[in-house]
Design a protein around this ligand. Sequence first.
Ligand SMILES: NC(=O)C1=CN([C@@H]2O[C@H](COP(=O)(O)OP(=O)(O)OC[C@H]3O[C@@H](n4cnc5c(N)ncnc54)[C@H](OP(=O)(O)O)[C@@H]3O)[C@@H](O)[C@H]2O)C=CC1
Ligand SMILES: O=C(CO)COP(=O)(O)O
Length: 333
Amino acid sequence: MNPDIAVLGAGSWGTALAILLARNGHRVRLWGHEPAAMQAMASAGENPDYLPGIAFPPGLEAVADLEAALAAEDLLIVVPSHAFREVLQQIRDRARTLGRILWGTKGLEMASGKLLHQVAAEVLGEQVACAVVSGPTFAREVARGLPTAATVAAPDPAVAGHFAALLRGETFRAYTSDDSIGLELGGAIKNVLAIAAGISDGLGFGANSRAALITRGLVEMMRLGEALGGQRETFMGLSGIGDLVLTCTDDQSRNRRLGLALGAGRSRAEAEAEIRQVVEGADTAREIHNIGRAHAVEMPICEQVYKVLYEGHSPQAAVHDLLAREPKPETLG
Ligand SMILES: NC(=O)C1=CN([C@@H]2O[C@H](COP(=O)(O)OP(=O)(O)OC[C@H]3O[C@@H](n4cnc5c(N)ncnc54)[C@H](OP(=O)(O)O)[C@@H]3O)[C@@H](O)[C@H]2O)C=CC1
Ligand SMILES: O=C(CO)COP(=O)(O)O
């Protein structure tokens, strides 16, 4: 029997969403690009690499055959942003017969800095109905069935409503929005700010510094978000401040952990080798630096993260530069 939903990307977030959907009673195929890993998942009845100890519910099948997965009516793409275009290209020939597509990827296209809906429109054309899901959603907590809320955005309210209904269940509340730009930018920028919060804590600073970074970081998110067409209100919601607080304050965040390591004097390479999962904010910091400059948007915290990652700036010098900025009135614009 054909599945209802295919999830492309079998890391922690793809697996957690597949588990959530199967628990909601849907037939789900989870596809990953490594046949041996998918075989191991099918035999173990869990994802031993990314979510060990959480059993797949009935209705969830792990597959390595992309064609078999694409027989589904709805598609979820949950690969890292660096693989987003490549995966879309793999399914492009089926674009005309594909139903709706939702993605859970948080980031911008590397090098081009494009938002993911722009990449989707380029590869698949405008006719495919697309949506994005974002919010404060650690994969492991969702997979464990801990109460979680997120937002699904699409230009077409029927598409957002459709995916929100698929995701909604006893432990998952899904809101809807028409602000795909705001959701995509909030999810990308919060990763850079989580690195900043991690650096601050890694340097041994306290709760005051973290709260200041979150608050002024939100202002940076709103500045760039509005400049690129996002709605101000979106950044005050789950996909904005919600995800920002989550990832700046909890060590489950890989971006925060990268920052912690940098603040403690370790290199990016050492930290990423230890985390062994995607840390989207490291690439995103460069794209945000370029986009912020191009739009003349002031983003001092994101700028310092960029300098630490790409210009050899020390975390201590970054803090000094932030504190030495010209005094000014506190504005939220
Ligand atoms: N984890 C979380 O809590 C959340 C993550 N997200 C976002 O979801 C996205 C995915 O992150 P997450 O699942 O956590 O990352 P993980 O590092 O846990 O897993 C990434 C997965 O993508 C696979 N992959 C890499 N390249 C390709 C490719 N070219 N084609 C197909 N699959 C590929 C990896 O395979 P392999 O193992 O072979 O490398 C791995 O299975 C990110 O944008 C992240 O920001 C959003 C919300 C929550
Ligand atoms: O986006 C996330 C939770 O909402 C996951 O954050 P990290 O990628 O920092 O782990």
